[in-house]
Design a protein around this ligand. Structure first.
Ligand SMILES: [Zn+2]
Length: 124
């Protein structure tokens, strides 16, 4: 819905009203007032919808911002080429976590090599 259409129509109605002289045509004036009132209702309705859309957008933005804050808190440390998380035991594949957010525990091959069971990456 376009909020400017009823505003433009209201302005043209007001212009017509200003052209009606007070002595003639009171009926015409009344009908113009009725149209003007309808257009104002339209504007009110659209403005209401826009206000709701804005508050929904703001809610979405707040959610995104708090999501970003959460993610930066759990940003993992790197140890031996793997991600480690303060509250969890284990060495996790960094590429799986970066790509999909999955914590995949790597398997230790020997003292210098680990491998990810999901993406098969060798981590030194
Ligand atoms: Zn992986």
């Amino acid at each position: 819905m376009e909020i400017f259409d009823p505003i433009t129509r209201s302005q043209s109605i007001l212009q017509q009203m200003s052209l009606v002289s007070s002595t003639d045509d009171k009926q015409k004036l009344t009908s113009l007032l009725t149209s003007l009132s309808t257009e104002l209702d339209n504007i009110k309705l659209i403005a209401h919808q826009l206000t709701e859309e804005i508050s929904q957008l703001q809610e979405g933005q707040t959610r995104l911002l708090s999501l970003g804050a959460t993610q930066s808190i759990i940003k993992p440390e790197i140890k031996s080429g793997c991600y480690i998380f303060g509250n969890e035991k284990g060495f996790f594949c960094p590429s799986c976590y970066d790509k999909s957010g999955n914590k995949v525990a790597t398997t230790r091959i020997n003292s210098k090599l680990r491998v990810c069971p999901a993406c098969r990456a060798s981590i030194k």
